[in-house]
Design a protein around this ligand. Structure first.
Ligand code: RAM
Length: 883
């Protein structure tokens, strides 16, 4: 048998971890991808687990007869805390040919039990004891009290270190140094969760940092989300508590087998460092003259430092991460630097991004460099008005002497432009760099086509995703908001799950949504919930936003095949629809209460974005039915058949009520708007094929009558193109996509957009910035069109969860001559590229082992595909007409 015919298994994965180090699962499910000749099918698998140093039992399963390769149950005894093991596996096909063992996956668990934590959270003493009070800052507490502290501790080790792990978290944000060297490369750790209920800790391998003899560990701490100013309208500080704290447990095993545990306790000391102030919205001020040389190394005299206090943190609330950390993922050099006046330069990075600027400067001690940020310019200067109360200003004061390199630690900005006052660098193209930060998820989805503008649009969606997947899914990254808005991710989740492996990150956030759901089932507008002024506090149940609890777990399940997520979120979803059942009338209409409707309908008055043209209760009832249907489907997957029936019956009832109330006898809807038809079609609310066809026709008419510009808001926009395609109006959908006049997707490109905007006219046609209150240039919600590019333009769609069944359904149109999409699915790479020559459509497809696939041609024909890559042509299968 030749080598190519033997199946090969790649390194397996555990749960949704990119790096299964310090994980919280005692029985992580295992997935793998196999390459094999076309037609090969897995009959059985065998898994072997090898425990390291007795931290886990070594064992091997029998051959398990199963075609499964995604999230298969952990096969051996549960892992305990600090377990280290290697997992490898092999597979066998029907032909009984057995693969080699896969390369091993290394897994290490974190601290799984609250009793594993012996360290106690420590806080610098009450600020007045530590610092001289200064002038009051912008927030209620004096600046000095907010000055980010340093914490340190020295210890001796008797022998060389065999292995050392640091388990660490904070109230606030932290960075750790051991013996003068930074630990890890995470940013903004421990991230933002619902801190009262869940606080993430991180695990680091710090073996290389330690040595026999004297050692020191030090921590930078800052306010972050825990204590810093957050939110709009001036915001609020101290939302979770008024003291920052560090909880760290360093566990060291030396060559003699001696275990030493250095935990935070009252033997640590607190001092002050060079960070004078730091806020996520405000930016950071750093005075290098106040640096404390040697503070995180042994031998430093901390006699003048203060003792620390123990503060409460229930170890039962500590959780290991389920997704990757925030990191710097890219560095971008300026594309243009111009002098604004004798002391100010303007730097254009050519891309609206989220991160911070690193500078290298030289100059006299005490000289300050001030960096301000903005997404857009107006009249050649930064336009910071859209940032509202986010100050987004970093300040660096030089220590003097050799060139100094600095980047703020505990803040993040959304910007394309930086204005630097007092620049004292060399070549700004070399000495100024933007460092892009976000949750470091693996990229899994790609799209390209023959139209360069559409490609740029797609690229902009990817950038808006990156800028807003920063530990949690936010609405925007730049102004005084940056909140986990539920409606935004609700409409965008399918797109996100195609482009990046965001399962672990969103699963964590959905946990927070569930724990912050109010007693009556109300889902907050954003999670974590913070005070939001009259409009948002107390939260009221809002259609499209609250529905995140029923719809987003389902979207993630579809993308990943993970039923455990459905199980984990099921109660939360039920509580939501049960609440709406109480709020709806006897017929089943959700027709009362505050609603955002088709938020930001371009025809809504600028000062009232909720006053769109589509009846807000039509939208509310549509979402209610759709969420009921999803709760029923979820119950079905979970085998809860009584509940499935209950919710499906309710869903039918609400559908009927919807049609009675909002669809007129002639098929028109009471709101004769694109959003109404699109939602009715996409949420499957219409009674039969004729009603669907009629709604599709009317939708196409309205889109054409609107001159193929956007007539929809947050709710309608993601649905219009898919609804047109579902009713054979692809060409109308293409015309909408390719429109250049405002409002349209491509309009923004005229203004050099490099991200998706919140409003179609965030930049007005005359090039001035929209004067409205909400003028973000980085909001992913309207980028949900990208999923239509993937599924319809390129034609890569999912037939069964996890892409176990794939339907390639290319729908050429809009003058495109080719398009392609690829997705790294749980089974392996799925890809399509089509090309149109005259009227011949040629399709090249890639199907991974373990999946079934077919092409559904525009003319209705079907071709079944083997695994592997194949090319198929179909004469006469040219562009489809607009039905
Ligand atoms: C805005 C947010 C978000 C939207 C809410 C209703 O302030 O930016 O995008 O979901 O309002």
């Amino acid at each position: 048998m030749s080598h190519e015919q033997i199946p090969m298994v790649a390194v397996p994965t555990a749960e949704h971890h990119r790096e299964p180090f310090g994980i919280g699962e005692a029985s992580p499910r295992i997935s793998w991808k196999t390459t094999a000749p076309p037609g090969w099918n897995q009959r059985a698998y065998q898994i072997e687990v090898t425990g390291a140093d007795g931290t886990h039992r070594t064992g091997r399963t029998d051959w398990v007869t199963s075609p499964d390769s995604v999230l298969v149950p952990w096969p051996l005894p549960l892992l305990s805390s600090r377990a280290r093991c290697e997992v490898r596996l092999r597979v066998r096909g029907a032909d009984r040919v057995t693969s080699d063992w896969s390369p091993p996956l290394q897994i290490e668990t974190g601290l799984l039990e609250p009793t594993d934590w012996t360290a106690r959270a420590i806080s610098p003493p009450e600020p007045h004891q530590l610092y001289e009070p200064h002038e009051p800052h912008s927030s209620e507490r004096p600046a000095a009290e907010r000055r980010p502290p340093l914490l340190r501790k020295e210890f001796a080790l008797g022998a060389e270190v065999e292995r050392a792990r640091l388990y660490v978290t904070a109230h606030g944000l932290y960075e750790i140094e051991i013996n003068g060297r930074r630990v890890g490369d995470h940013s903004l750790a421990p991230g933002w969760t619902s801190y009262h209920h869940r606080l993430r800790y991180q695990t680091h391998d710090v073996t290389d940092h330690l040595r026999a003899g004297d050692n020191a560990i030090g921590a930078w701490l800052a306010d972050g989300w825990y204590r810093g100013r957050l939110g709009f309208g001036g915001g609020h500080a101290d939302l979770y508590g008024d003291r920052v704290a560090l909880l760290a447990q360093l566990e060291i095993v030396d060559r003699d087998g001696t275990v030493t545990v250095i935990g935070t306790d009252t033997s640590w000391r607190a001092g002050q460092g060079p960070v004078l102030s730091s806020g996520l919205l405000d930016g950071e001020t750093y005075d290098a003259r106040e640096e404390v040389p040697g503070w995180s190394s042994p031998g430093f005299d901390d006699g003048a430092w203060s003792p620390v206090d123990i503060v409460d943190r229930d170890p039962a609330t500590l959780v290991a991460p389920t997704g990757p950390p925030v990191r710097c993922t890219q560095e971008i050099s300026p594309v243009l630097v111009t002098a604004l006046d004798s002391d100010r330069i303007l730097v254009d990075f050519g891309q609206n991004l989220v991160g911070r600027v690193r500078i290298t400067v030289s100059g006299p001690a005490g000289h300050s460099v001030v960096i301000r940020h903005s997404e857009v310019l107006q009249d050649g200067e930064l336009c910071v008005r859209p940032l509202r109360d986010a100050v987004s200003t970093d300040r660096y004061t030089l220590r003097g002497g050799a060139p100094e390199t600095w980047e703020p630690r505990f803040t993040l900005h959304g910007f394309r432009y930086a204005e630097i006052t007092g620049w004292r660098g060399g070549d700004p193209h070399r000495d100024i760099v933007a460092r892009v930060h976000h949750t470091d998820m693996a990229r899994t989805g790609w799209f390209e086509c023959s139209n360069e503008q559409v490609n740029r649009l797609h690229e902009n969606v990817v950038w808006s995703l990156r800028g807003n997947f920063v530990d949690l899914p936010t609405d925007c990254p730049q102004r005084d908001e940056r909140l986990g808005w539920t409606g935004d991710i609700q409409v965008f989740a399918p797109t996100a799950a195609f482009l990046y492996d965001c399962h672990g990150m969103l699963a964590s956030w959905l946990r927070d949504v569930a724990v912050e759901q109010h007693d009556d089932g109300t889902v907050p507008w954003y999670v974590p919930e913070i005070p939001g002024g009259e409009q948002w506090t107390p939260a009221r149940p809002g259609a499209g936003w609250g529905d995140v609890v029923a719809l987003t777990p389902w979207d993630l399940y579809r993308a990943s095949g993970d039923t455990a997520l459905l199980a984990a979120q099921y109660e939360s979803a039920r509580r939501w629809v049960d609440l709406i059942t109480e709020l709806s009338d006897e017929a089943g209409l959700w027709n009362r209460g505050y609603q955002l409707g088709d938020w930001l309908d371009p025809f809504a008055p600028p000062e009232d974005p909720a006053a769109g043209r589509t009846d807000r209760y039509l939208i509310a009832t549509a979402y209610y039915a759709w969420s009921l249907h999803h709760v029923a489907r979820t119950a079905d997957v979970l085998g809860r058949m009584d509940e499935r029936r209950h919710y499906e019956d309710l869903a039918w009832r609400v559908r009927r009520a919807f049609v009675d109330a909002y669809v007129l006898p002639d098929g028109r809807m009471t709101s004769d708007t694109q959003t109404a038809y699109a939602v009715a079609l996409q949420f499957d609310l219409l009674p039969d094929a004729a009603a669907r066809a009629a709604a599709g026709r009317r939708l196409a008419e309205l889109v054409e009558a609107g001159g193929h510009t956007i007539h929809t808001g947050f709710i309608g926009t993601p649905q219009v193109a898919p609804a047109l395609s579902a009713t054979d109006h692809d060409e109308t959908a293409y015309a909408l996509l390719l429109q250049q006049e405002c409002p349209s997707w491509l309009y923004a490109l005229k203004h050099d957009a490099t991200t998706i905007w919140e409003r179609w006219d965030s930049m007005l046609p005359d090039g001035t910035v929209n004067p409205g209150e909400m003028t973000s240039f980085n909001h992913y919600a309207l980028g949900a069109i990208a999923q239509w590019l993937h599924t319809t333009v390129a034609g890569l769609t999912m037939g069964a969860p996890g892409y176990r069944d794939i339907v390639f359904r290319p729908r050429p149109g809009g003058g495109l001559t080719w398009a392609s999409a690829a997705h790294e699915s749980p089974y392996g790479r799925v890809a399509i590229r089509w090309e149109l020559r005259e009227s011949e459509l040629t399709v090249e497809t890639t199907v991974p082992v373990g999946a079934t696939a077919r092409i559904e041609w525009p003319d209705g024909g079907v071709t079944h595909l083997p695994t592997g890559t194949s090319t198929t042509s179909r004469p006469g299968a040219g562009p489809i007409g607009s039905g």
